[in-house]
Design a protein around this ligand. Structure first.
Ligand SMILES: N=C(N)NCCC[C@H](NC(=O)CCC(=O)O)C(=O)O
Length: 446
């Protein structure tokens, strides 16, 4: 049987804006109140999806959430018609309106943690929706994410869905952004590596001092248990708290893995040497493992954060070898571009470096890897996926036209108070849910 890694990219929603909502995410903070271009953001994302599809990879589309989140605004005491909700919130609590308007669901690496059937005891693909408890604008994503995952992977024989972990900081979970899987190839038993920022119950575990840890050890442990993973091939590693304090708010900002390759910064993990020894010991594969460490004096953590080098996707190409799907910011950073040229020539499976313009998402701290949820699937499992959510030439054309028709090319903070924006967003998503055959997934449709 053939196995694929399918990347489900978040389609950027029509309310994409810069609201400075993510404390600890330097790009989000630096671009607070900048003017966004939702149309360009969505088209940039679609171009990346189309390009990977054209390279012979199976590419999926993950629909955006309905924003503004009127259900949350009502739960917080705002009332009346939808238009009245918006004007009340704009006047009395603009910070809540901003949170409820965020298009943050585009970063689908934070939608869920996924374990393939090759790793789970019951041989099903397991999904646990992330609770994103650390940030209010993201903590409201879970109910829609659960519905979307059900609508995309709607087959009990192959797919097991777990609801978001009990909300609240104790089990704060950011999904696949803190989870890497190493294996000989996608269909083989893998080593699942969960990377946490702090512990809720063990005070002896060091915490970052300046910025919050967004992933708790206990959340990762619960997910490994829910996914029925083999403890011999599951690791829990701590992210270095010092790099969290330097703006590395998720592990995928400082390390990226694919099959038998792990590219990581020397400061990524606490006690890096012992972390690497554990990885070598627990790796279940036969192929040589490439643990590629980048030293601080070659690329500093600051350069890693500003270029988002480690937030590249590393994908296996159908013709063999791997491509690094990097943001164009890496090309514009001399140290990083020089390093990548050397990496491509060196003795490792990385045979191509490709640069993509994702500036609209990057300015909120979301690079190529943030924008996708990886789902390893057998051909049989792939056949059970909602086929309307798989990228094709015609879906690309349809979605491009849909974006051109429904999206604004300029969105500022003041525009969030405009009641017609709500209607525009709902009209766009109502059409999209039909195009992707999702059913009534949005609150406004229920
Ligand atoms: N690394 C991964 N996998 N994901 C990146 C997520 C970026 C997102 N930014 C934001 O939510 C900013 C929204 C704003 O400020 O308007 C976040 O911090 O959760």
């Amino acid at each position: 049987m053939h196995f694929y890694e399918v990347n489900f990219d978040g389609l950027v929603g029509p309310s994409h804006n810069y609201a400075g909502l993510s404390f600890g995410n330097i790009a989000s903070q630096n671009n607070a109140n900048a003017i966004a271009n939702p149309k360009e953001a969505a088209l940039q994302g679609l171009r990346k999806m189309k390009s990977l599809h054209d390279s012979g990879l199976v590419q999926g589309v993950f629909a955006p959430h309905a924003r503004p989140d009127t259900r949350t605004l009502r739960a917080l005491g705002f009332c009346g018609t939808d238009q009245q909700l918006i004007s009340q919130a704009a006047q009395k609590a603009p910070h809540l309106l901003r949170a409820c308007y965020s298009a943050s669901s585009m970063w689908t690496a934070n939608a869920a943690t996924v374990s393939p059937s090759a790793d789970s005891q019951d041989k099903k693909v397991h999904f646990t929706t992330a609770n994103l408890a650390n940030k209010f604008h993201r903590a409201i994503e879970a109910p829609t994410t659960e519905r979307l995952l059900q609508a995309m992977f709607n087959n009990e024989q192959h797919f097991a869905h777990h609801p978001a972990l009990l909300s609240g900081q104790h089990f704060a979970d950011e999904g696949a952004a803190n989870h890497t899987r190493l294996c000989d190839s996608h269909g083989h038993q893998g080593l699942e590596i969960f990377v946490y920022g702090a512990s809720s119950f063990n005070p002896a575990i060091k915490k970052p001092a300046r910025y919050p840890a967004r992933q708790m050890l206990e959340a990762s442990q619960a997910i490994a248990h829910l996914h029925q993973l083999d403890t011999q091939h599951t690791l829990f590693l701590q992210q270095n708290p010092d790099v969290i304090d330097m703006g590395v708010f998720h592990n995928d900002v400082i390390a990226v893995g694919n099959e038998n390759v792990l590219l990581f910064h020397e400061m990524a993990y606490l006690n890096s040497q012992s972390a690497m020894a554990k990885i070598k010991a627990a790796y279940p594969g036969q192929r040589p493992l490439h643990l590629i460490e980048i030293k601080q004096d070659i690329i500093s953590v600051e350069d890693a954060v500003s270029s988002y080098l480690f937030n590249s996707q590393l994908v296996s190409l159908p013709e063999g070898g791997m491509a690094l799907i990097a943001p164009s910011e890496c090309q514009h950073n001399d140290k990083v571009a020089t390093y990548l040229a050397v990496l491509q020539q060196a003795d490792n499976p990385i045979s191509q470096i490709r640069y993509y313009d994702l500036k609209q998402s990057m300015q909120n701290g979301g690079g190529p890897a943030c924008l996708r949820l990886r789902v390893p699937l057998s051909s049989q499992e792939l056949g059970a996926v909602n086929q309307h959510c798989l990228m094709s030439e015609s879906l690309y054309q349809t979605l491009t036209l849909w974006v051109e028709k429904h999206y604004r090319d300029r969105l500022s903070d003041a525009d969030l108070a405009d009641p017609s924006l709500l209607l525009e967003c709902q009209t766009a998503l109502d059409t999209l849910s039909q195009l992707l055959n999702l059913g009534a997934v949005y609150d406004f449709q229920r």
